[in-house]
Design a protein around this ligand. Structure first.
Ligand code: PMP
Length: 396
């Protein structure tokens, strides 16, 4: 009976959003929620998306179902965006994309695939990671383990990460953030990616690269560097790609699970299983967002416009990062918070502790997650002095 159903607490980040909205202080600042915002605080629809949508309205012939793997044009263009236009893997049919409802859908499909088709394999997540990773893979029935990522001093600890991965059971899956680590913003350097790759090879691990922020770190191609390295060097790989952030398509639920296999025949086997799993999850994926992405990436002019818009978002976030560190300088805190400028992506593990985060909220109406994670895109150039002043006060 429903009488036996207990209530669980809501998502803490959504609760933070509610508290922010209810805050009457005109100086309030929302650094909590995980979406990109422009200078006016809006999560914009890129112009390239608007134009592709207009074309779609004119040309779309039917709303009948698309296939289990989604729109083939979307898959083709997304594979080129992720793996590189000239990728030999695409030429040799060694990689395929299955369209999913967002990056979350791709993660769920990957988790179900591992649980169902690679029995006995656990999955290893960075500590910390995006909280949904924790619950999603557990829901798939996978055994979830953790490898350290950030030390107590709020620095990336690659040695501890590698030491832990060397102990992972042979053949297990390991989730890696392809770029713009959420929640910390700490990225692996190329040298450290190569060290991770060596351990992955030695222990025959199955990497699952979560690629939710392509274009937000160092650039569209630059951010794909690790994905392309792993895809070239390993016979088997899973990549979850999300179009939520870089196309601004959040609510259209647009993403894909990309599989790299050793032979074209094996890829077809794996894809047959993915179609079967997807059939039982969402049947067929939603069309609109993927049709928009295919319309943009398949048109040179729209693609160039879109790439410029992604670059503008990326530059806004990077300049806010260095701007905040500069604003902290007069308070003598530039060195202490220098990592904010070198982290990448929307998020920053600031190093502020839960008490400081609470004081920021109560005394300054500045909202961030209690872990000290701030969404840098929630900042605004003209608010950096206020934010720096508040940080200085709670760091006293
Ligand atoms: N992975 C990570 C690390 C994320 O931060 C997100 C979005 N917050 C996703 C995956 C999934 O995004 P979506 O399902 O909205 O495409």
């Amino acid at each position: 009976h429903f009488a036996d159903v207990a209530r669980v607490p809501g998502d803490p980040i959504l609760g933070l959003m509610d508290a922010f909205r209810a805050d009457p202080n005109p100086a309030r600042l929302d650094l909590g929620v995980g979406v990109y915002k422009d200078a006016s605080g809006l999560t914009p629809i890129p112009r390239a998306v608007k134009l592709a949508e207009q074309r779609l309205i004119e040309t779309e012939q039917t709303k009948s179902y698309i296939g289990g793997h989604g729109d083939p044009a979307f898959a083709r263009h997304l594979l080129e965006l992720v793996l590189g236009a000239g990728s030999a893997l695409l030429h040799d049919d060694l990689a395929g994309a299955t369209q999913t409802p967002g990056g979350t859908g791709a993660l769920r499909l990957a988790g179900d695939f591992i649980a169902r088709n690679l029995p006995g394999r656990g999955i290893w997540l960075s500590d910390p990671t995006w909280p949904i990773h924790e619950t999603l893979f557990a829901t798939c029935g996978l055994k979830v383990g953790h490898y350290p990522y950030v030390g107590a001093d709020n620095r990336l600890d690659v040695d501890a990460m590698l030491a832990a991965l060397e102990q992972v059971p042979v053949g297990d899956a390991v989730l890696l953030h392809a770029c713009c680590h959420n929640p910390t913003g700490f990225n692996l350097s190329p040298r450290n990616w190569k060290r991770v790759l060596e351990v992955v090879k030695a222990r025959e691990l199955l990497p699952l690269l979560d690629f939710a922020y392509q274009g937000f770190g160092d650039g569209l191609d630059e951010d794909a560097w690790a994905v392309r390295l792993f895809a070239a060097e390993l016979p088997e790989l899973l990549v979850t790609s999300s179009c939520s952030k870089n196309f601004g398509l959040y609510r259209e639920r647009t993403g894909a699970l990309i599989v790299r296999a050793e032979t074209a025949d094996k890829l077809a086997d794996v894809r047959s299983q993915l179609a079967l799993l997807a059939r039982n999850l969402w049947s067929t994926p939603p069309s609109h967002g993927a049709a928009v992405v295919a319309g943009i990436l398949g048109d040179a002019e729209l693609k160039a416009l879109w790439a410029d818009e992604v670059e503008a978002m990326r530059q806004r976030v990077t300049s806010l990062r260095s701007g905040l560190v500069e604003a902290l300088r007069p308070h003598g805190l530039a060195e202490r918070f220098a990592h904010i400028a070198t982290q990448r992506g929307m998020f920053s593990y600031t190093g502020l502790n839960p008490t400081q985060v609470q004081r920021l909220r109560e005394e300054f109406s500045i909202y961030m997650v209690s872990s000290g994670r701030a969404n840098v895109a929630g900042m605004a150039e003209e608010r950096l002095a206020y934010l720096a002043e508040a940080i200085a006060r709670v760091c006293d």
